[in-house]
Design a protein around this ligand. Structure first.
Ligand code: DUC
Ligand code: ZN
Ligand code: ZN
Length: 466
């Protein structure tokens, strides 16, 4: 007998949703077909009336981030436990190179924090901050080790994360040579620093000035520059957290020309706006790039629907309201980032599928399949297919919940989505064939998640295949 059978669910495939059954054994999907021909399972789940989706992938999280004097209120166990409740079965975090150290050291340090702790599979994007000759020598090694995607920051000068355009160009060149993909945090640091200093000089310290000193042009210029430099070398490019309508247009044009350019946005940019920075809890909503206008939201949703924007991540950082108070007197002192990764799928279902901005198949692509393809995890992850890992979410489209901090698994004292009611919520999460959440009860195990080695397909690096 095989281990598990999921019967009668509406199984979400890339271009179809079919009522069918799935057989799972030894962590893999072993058969898909009508329940009458399914082998018998030791355990059987009846998913009638529910969607059965590939486990979500969140390619942009910052677990236990240490930034601007604050340490995020989670760790790899808590973060992976919380996000899997919301249907995510793979996360990709960062390994940020320390000055005068090598990127591989950062990978080893980050692995020491995560291995043995994670309840779901994970990987890391190496982040380059110090392009010494020894660092350049490590690109091939990192890519061969299964770490082919990188994040570089064009901002955070004071914090030692920022790189200049020379570094960026060299990293595009090296990664292209060895089958890697460069992703950027694209904002124009010089304009932002100038506007910030000017605002502070005039005594403008409220949260809204965070957005006023990072206007859309600061992101548009940096995205445009990144695209320009990538095109110069005929290299692929991934844009972390795109927030502006001008950016969506740039990706639409590049992809029309057949360029391998991929844009990601995040849950908060789709449901929150600059207005949130004006409220009494305005400082909590400080993140980079900042929240934008409704017209940007509309452009992002349209981009998600028509294929221009490929991924929605969380950019999770578990900074509490208490930690955000570090900047209560001045916007520039607030630790950047917002929590709530566990609500990504339910929010996108309610706001996207229910409001007919996207269909359920596109929801599955932007939360799972596309990230699997872009970051080299496909078809092991990101699809319900025979031979793939049995990472599966059973999603009840009629289950209603109001988002609160009450049952937060990592003791959050606020969420950007607090008070929002969603209709549609995961009821069962399965990671590599094991049920890890069932009706709100955790059945997973610390350390059951594994470090994933990734290889990005050559096609994806040459043409916009997702
Ligand atoms: N922006 C980032 O670039 N990283 C963490 C959080 C944020 O808001
Ligand atoms: Zn970023
Ligand atoms: Zn981030």
């Amino acid at each position: 007998m095989i281990e598990l059978v999921i019967k009668n669910g509406k199984v979400v495939f890339p271009s179809d949703t079919i009522e069918t059954s799935i057989a799972i054994d030894q962590g893999k999907i072993v058969a898909i077909g009508s329940s009458s021909i399914m082998p018998r399972g030791v355990k059987s789940l009846d998913a009638e009336g529910k969607f059965v989706l590939p486990g979500c992938i969140d390619p942009h999280v910052h677990v236990r981030d240490v930034f601007m004097g604050a340490t995020a209120n989670d760790d790899f166990f808590l973060a992976s436990k919380a996000t899997s409740l919301g249907g995510t079965t793979t996360i990709i975090d960062f390994a940020i190179q320390k000055k005068a150290c090598l990127p591989i050291d950062a990978v080893q340090e980050r692995r020491a924090e995560a291995d043995g702790e994670v309840v779901i599979d994970y990987s890391l994007h190496p982040s380059i901050t110090d392009l010494t000759p020894e660092t350049i020598d490590q690109f091939k090694e990192l890519i061969d080790l299964g770490l082919p995607s990188f994040k570089l920051f064009l901002v955070y000068r004071k914090d030692g994360l920022m790189v200049d355009d020379g570094t960026l160009l060299k990293v595009f060149e090296e990664t292209k040579a060895h089958g890697g993909l460069v992703g950027l945090h694209a904002e124009n640091v010089a304009i932002i620093d100038y506007l910030r200093d000017e605002a502070l000089r005039k005594g403008h310290r409220k949260a809204i000035y965070h957005a006023y000193t990072r206007p859309p042009i600061t992101e548009a210029e940096a995205v445009n520059r990144a695209i320009f430099l990538a095109n110069h070398l005929n290299a692929p490019y991934y844009n972390f957290h795109l927030t502006i309508k001008e950016g969506v247009e740039m990706f639409r044009e590049e992809r029309k020309r057949g360029r391998p350019m991929y844009a990601e946005t995040c849950t908060h940019y789709l449901v929150k706006t600059i207005e949130d920075l004006k409220g009494s809890k305005g400082i909590n909503f400080i993140c980079n790039p900042p929240l934008r206008q409704e017209e940007d939201q509309k452009a992002l949703w349209k981009g998600l629907a028509d294929g221009t924007v490929s991924v929605v991540s969380s950019d999770q950082v578990a900074f509490t309201a208490e930690m955000k108070k570090l900047g209560e007197d001045s916007f520039d002192m607030v630790p950047n980032g917002v929590p709530g990764h566990e609500f990504r799928l339910p929010i996108l279902f309610s706001e996207g599928v229910r409001k007919k901005r996207i269909n359920i198949n596109r929801l599955s692509e932007i939360t799972s399949t596309n990230a699997a393809k872009i970051f080299g995890l496909y078809p092991k992850k990101g699809i319900i297919n025979v031979g793939s890992d049995a990472d599966i979410v059973i999603f009840d489209p009629n289950l209603k919940k109001t988002i609160t901090t009450e049952d937060s698994l990592y003791s959050m004292d606020w969420y950007p989505y607090e008070g929002m009611t969603v209709k549609g919520y995961p009821v069962i999460t399965i990671s590599k064939g094991k049920i890890i959440w069932e009706n709100g009860e955790f059945q997973g195990k610390k350390g059951d998640g594994e470090f994933l080695r990734r290889t990005i397909s050559q096609d994806l690096l040459r043409t916009p295949v997702v």
